[in-house]
Design a protein around this ligand. Structure first.
Ligand code: GCU
Length: 601
């Protein structure tokens, strides 16, 4: 990846279509010498590979070329038969702001915005498009879902610049999407943004016409409404189907899709209120609307009911909605999972999500991006595995996670088979390690408020975000069974059975679903408090072990240095979590660690 980045600075690759890009890739790799590209437009994104031939649709040929080269490099047979993606929409949501910052971005500034404008180095964009396309992503939403001034101009005065950006991505088979501001008509002199007002509807229709005139293949609009102070239909007494359908009908004539986020909850909750339970919010808002959304609306649902915590159960909305197009949203940006300093490899988490979801439940997947213009482009050089794996996941959600990680390692670094396996082992266990020092037993939200890195067990406790664990001297966790908040009732019967009973509930979610006394025994015989102590000590210890193992891997020098620097920070972070969390629970409970380790009182 670092070599490709350097290459991008040497000049533009002279390609304008995915076919040309496919030919260029094959011609510039020894494994692609003499391979023919054959376009069959009716194949769309699909492709077929035979020795010496890549056959596919207009974008399929590029996917095929990348796959051809990857198979050769990995020494694997070419995939047999027609290959096609599981989901037609495989989107990266970039939370880039117009000033060049990236909300929850840990990889440096934006690649395409700065100083309030669309500004980019074409080579860099081409490089990013090439990278994303080689992973399998086909749509990029370029601006933050929180559409703040002057981002509204992206569908106004800045349209020509967006069109230039779109052209660079188009050559790699990637279409753009734009986040829009639901209240935009107000900026243009309309007295209302009410979705049922004829003037508002006409305004959006005309706006869509202008947008599609500039970018005919725009994938559509993405909307965050009535969420964390963003405007939305609730202001006008309308529901979210009314809001989404209005926008959807404006872009329907152009083939656009309207992606509507389901991240709606009360972010001004009184912590004294024990009835309101934030994880219940999305289901309460959207289930009554199942079947009310237009055909070109996709509801984008975060994988868990909270907000990208280190461990959450599957969002019950994803299981409940039967008559609505659904998109699964995951977060590659490691907002709550280590800021791309701590290692956190995500595919094992996605595999768990897919295990619970019925086949065909989703029509799309999207990920909050982890890409920026800083060194290594994903912050931690090894965080690139998440980007690669997300692209693969969109093609094959039931992929073999370990094999996918191994492919990434082998395509990225020339290591011995032994070192490859060692690195894969570290990547595979990194999530569990991170979880054990930050969010054991399903505890979440113990991070530093706002910033979300480092421990602060009471940081969110008396705040307005609905994120409480209510630890006291006797017990910790929230009772979300029918005797408690009733959250568990949002699940189908078999999952109510699994989560609603302490004896069935997986340890990893125990304190998410149940309030437990510190002295209660868990299935393995340990008390809850002992398990909390053990997990935190283990997490810190295993982080030191990961550091030791990674130090011995012969990465290229710059990568090795960056990995070592990140690991030093991670080791400090893990120790900090261990000390702060264990001291917190020790002071509250007054119960000693059975193993007599040092806890700071
Ligand atoms: C999180 C995150 C915000 C973001 C929001 C969202 O709450 O902290 O920065 O805007 O998710 O998904 O919209």
């Amino acid at each position: 990846m670092d070599r490709a980045w350097l290459h991008a600075w040497e000049g533009m690759i002279p390609v304008h279509t995915p076919k040309e890009a496919a030919e260029w890739e094959l011609a510039h790799a020894s494994e692609g010498a003499g391979v023919q590209v054959c376009v069959k437009p009716e194949m769309g994104e699909a492709y077929c590979l035979r020795s010496g031939i890549v056959e596919g649709g207009e974008t399929g040929v590029l996917q095929g070329a990348f796959q051809y080269l990857a198979s050769q490099r990995l020494g694997k047979p070419l995939p047999q038969g027609m290959q096609q993606p599981c989901y037609a929409l495989r989107m990266l949501n970039c939370w880039d702001n117009m000033d060049g910052s990236i909300e929850r971005g840990y990889s440096g500034p934006s690649l395409w915005f700065s100083e309030g404008r669309v500004q980019f180095v074409p080579q860099r964009i081409q490089w990013a498009a090439r990278l994303l396309s080689s992973c399998g992503v086909n749509v990029v939403c370029i601006n933050n879902v929180n559409v703040r001034e002057p981002a509204q101009e992206l569908i106004d005065s800045m349209l020509p610049d967006v069109a230039s950006l779109a052209a660079l991505f188009r050559a790699y088979g990637i279409r753009l999407m734009l986040s829009v501001d639901f209240s935009h008509p107000l900026r243009n002199g309309l007295p209302t943004a009410d979705p049922l007002d004829a003037r508002v509807q006409a305004w959006w229709r005309e706006r869509a016409r202008r947008v599609y005139e500039a970018i005919p293949d725009l994938a559509g609009f993405l909307v965050k409404a009535d969420s964390e102070h963003r405007p939305g239909p609730f202001t006008y007494g309308r529901n979210h189907a009314e809001g989404a359908n209005m926008l959807a009908s404006a872009i329907a004539p152009f083939g656009g899709v309207l992606v509507w986020r389901a991240f709606v909850y009360n972010c001004q909750q009184d912590w004294r209120d024990q009835k309101t339970d934030r994880p219940m919010a999305a289901y309460q808002t959207y289930m009554p609307l199942d079947g009310c959304f237009s055909d070109n609306v996709i509801l984008q649902v975060k994988h868990g009911p909270f907000d990208f915590q280190v461990r959450e159960p599957l969002s019950p909305l994803l299981l409940g909605m039967q008559k609505t197009h659904l998109c699964l949203e995951v977060q590659l940006a490691q907002e709550y999972t280590g800021h791309q300093i701590d290692l956190y490899t995500m595919p094992p988490m996605w595999a768990e999500v897919m295990e619970e979801l019925p086949q065909d439940r989703l029509c799309a997947v999207c990920a909050v991006g982890n890409l920026g213009s800083g060194p290594f482009l994903t912050g931690h050089p090894l965080a690139a595995v998440n980007l690669y794996a997300f692209g693969r996941f969109g093609w094959q959600p039931h992929m073999d996670v370990a094999a996918c990680i191994r492919d990434w390692v082998r395509l990225s670094y020339a290591l011995s088979p032994e070192d490859t396996e060692t690195l894969c082992g570290v990547l595979l266990k990194s999530r569990a390690v991170y979880e054990s020092y930050t969010g054991s037993l399903g505890l979440c939200w113990m991070v530093t408020p706002g910033f979300h890195y480092g421990p602060s067990p009471m940081g969110y406790e008396y705040d307005s975000w609905g994120t409480y664990h209510r630890a006291d001297r006797n017990a910790v966790g929230i009772d979300r069974t029918e005797k408690g908040t009733g959250y568990v009732l949002q699940y189908p019967a078999e999952m109510q059975e699994k989560y609603g009973k302490k004896e069935n509930c997986p340890d990893t979610l125990l304190l998410f679903f149940h309030r437990m006394r510190y002295t209660d025994r868990m299935r393995d015989g340990r008390t809850v408090i002992q398990r909390l102590y053990d997990d935190h000590f283990d997490g810190a210890q295993q982080t030191r072990e990961m550091q030791r193992v990674l130090q011995a891997i012969p990465f290229p020098a710059a990568v090795g240095q960056a990995v070592n620097q990140c690991m030093e920070k991670q080791v400090r972070n893990a120790q900090e979590w261990c000390d702060v969390s264990n001291s917190f629970f020790h002071r509250l409970s007054g119960i000693e660690d059975e193993k007599g380790r040092i806890i700071y009182d």
